[in-house]
Design a protein around this ligand. Sequence first.
Ligand code: 9MR
Length: 356
Amino acid sequence: MRRRQFVLGGLSAGLGAGATPALALSKAKPSPRAAIPFGAAIRVDLLRDDLDYRRAVLGNCQLVVGEGGLKWIDLRPQENQFVFDHPDRLLAFADANGMRMRGHTLAWYAGMPKWTEAIKTKKAAEHALYEHIDTVVGRYKGRIPSWDVVNEAISDNPAIEKPMRRSIWQDLLGTQHIDMAFRRTAAVDPQAQLVLNDFGFENPTDQCRAKRTAFLRLVKELKDRDVPVHAIGLQGHLPGEKEIDRDGISRFVAELHGMGLAILVTELDVIDDKLPADSLVRDEIVAMRAEAFLQAIGDVCRPEAVLTWGITDKFTWVPIWFSRKDGRPNRPLPLDANYRPKPMMRVINEFTRARP
Ligand code: 9MR
């Protein structure tokens, strides 16, 4: 049996009678020994245009998430227009190949089209947010089992700035926008797993500690208000030159898990602009960081999913912000630019495999 069928078979087996497979990520209580579904952020055009890319996704992934496509900027070029082409195609690909698709993302500070700058009042913001969730989540109800409802709500460095990141939603609606987004999404698709997704938790630095503290405070407040947050997405864009704070992450995950939240690794990659030039050395460090991060989480609980932000070094966001000074290409992902597995792939396979 191919690994993908095995993983999905295992998850589906945990479902009650009458549940559809699409609910597996949300409702099934994964057995602590089952394999963890692995997936990647996808550029949907490449599935059509690059056969090696398509093969790599088919051969390795049980989950997909659009690297873009469901972001406001992609979906909503005009106020009254929704363009569902990319997510529709990705979902059709996932369905045709026995994979599940995650939704990314409904409320985010970035990736907003220009026209949203005209939204100036609380009432208009509420209307826009609800209309968006009703339309987008409604369209994929029962078919996208897990949503990054709110993305990157905490500021870059809560030690020196306000804990909540500025966004159109935060500015006009306050932190309440998170409650609103989760409650509305739950009302539209009560069976979907609703995820609060964020980054910057992983190093032994004051910045990461402050971020963890601010994030935990937010999550506790949301839980106190009975906001339907089901899971936490730890993005895991790991700065390669920094140590992983294993104890800090484990304690953080233990607190979250203790609040009844599932954990997902949603956007793993290792930012390698400051790592040594030699690719063999670099690949080993990349794998080591990914391993330390995953193990720090795994020491506390089995994450429900592990996704990398891309699958091959050929197509990655990393050089947009973190290109190397020596001009060499970045190598942040599990497969190299020729689709050969790197040590990071081995780490992921070992981490996600079923336990005997
Ligand atoms: O990888 C994505 C890149 O292609 C887009 O240009 C960018 C803006 O939409 O978003 C990148 O993905 C981000 C994700 O949506 C949220 N977490 C950080 C990711 C990397 O920047």
